[in-house]
Design a protein. Structure first.
Length: 249
């Protein structure tokens, strides 16, 4: 299904029948990806008195409750409301859904006991390109990311300088395959989050960060059209389903 998408007056041709899903599914399992020291998500049928809302249990329908945390349990998109006293809803802040995106693969650098993604690395990989959305795939990249238990692992993170660079080149939507763009235990500094959203300047309410994506190795680095789909929940973060489309030659 060949279609033309217009972004900032420029037309791009994509095949809508060939989506590249870079989200991770939410599963009621101990092997569901997890961070931030919380229990696994649960998906369970409603129980009312002696009635269980499961066809297997004799009901006419399946009618489940789902308990999860969007930040801890899979692909999610967040707005500046994640770190501000004032409430901002990502459902209100994200008003457009198609963007010109760049996928880059980065092997984090060892700095002391940490692994970091630096400004210099991103400058080298982007080579003057200034995409609306930047998608960072960390290396090595294996399917184990889909079930990794990240709590107390000191995962790689963006330096504050890297986040400032991303903001200054005009990236409005940052996507990464880690639980956070910041260090796991940083005493609440959240330097990369704050720098990206410019909380000490003019807050970028329209900008988003999407974490816990998974970019399969079959997806090459380069330019794509991103369709950033979110669940319509009034919260600082919501489960999301980012989809990439190759730009047809």
């Amino acid at each position: 299904m060949i279609s033309t998408i217009t972004i900032n007056t420029k037309k791009y041709t994509v095949n809508l029948a060939q989506p590249l899903d870079i989200s991770m599914p939410l599963r009621a399992s101990k092997s569901n990806v997890n961070a931030w020291y919380v229990d696994a998500p649960t998906i369970e049928p409603v129980k009312l008195n002696d009635w269980t809302a499961s066809v297997k249990e004799g009901a006419s329908i399946n009618f489940n409750n789902i308990q999860f945390n969007p930040h801890a349990h899979g692909t999610h998109t967040e707005c500046v409301g994640h770190i501000t006293e004032q409430f901002y809803s990502v459902n209100k802040c994200l008003k457009q859904f198609f963007f010109l995106a760049e996928v880059v693969s980065v092997a984090p650098e060892q700095v002391g006991e940490d692994q970091v993604i630096s400004k210099a690395q991103l400058q080298y990989l982007l080579k003057q390109r200034k995409p609306q959305a930047l998608i960072i795939r960390t290396m090595p990249n294996t399917k184990a990311k889909k079930s990794r238990q990240y709590s107390n692992t000191n995962w790689p993170y963006l330096t504050e300088e890297a986040a400032v660079f991303i903001r200054k080149i005009g990236v409005k939507h940052l996507l990464i395959d880690l639980p956070s763009v910041d260090k796991e235990k940083d005493e609440g500094r959240l330097a990369a989050h704050k720098a990206f959203w410019d909380v000490d300047g003019v807050i970028r309410k329209e900008a988003t960060i999407t974490e816990f994506i998974y970019v399969a190795n079959k997806i090459d680095d380069g330019k794509y059209i991103l369709n950033l789909q979110i669940a319509p929940i009034e919260n600082d973060a919501t489960p999301s389903k980012p989809i990439l489309y190759k730009i047809e030659k």
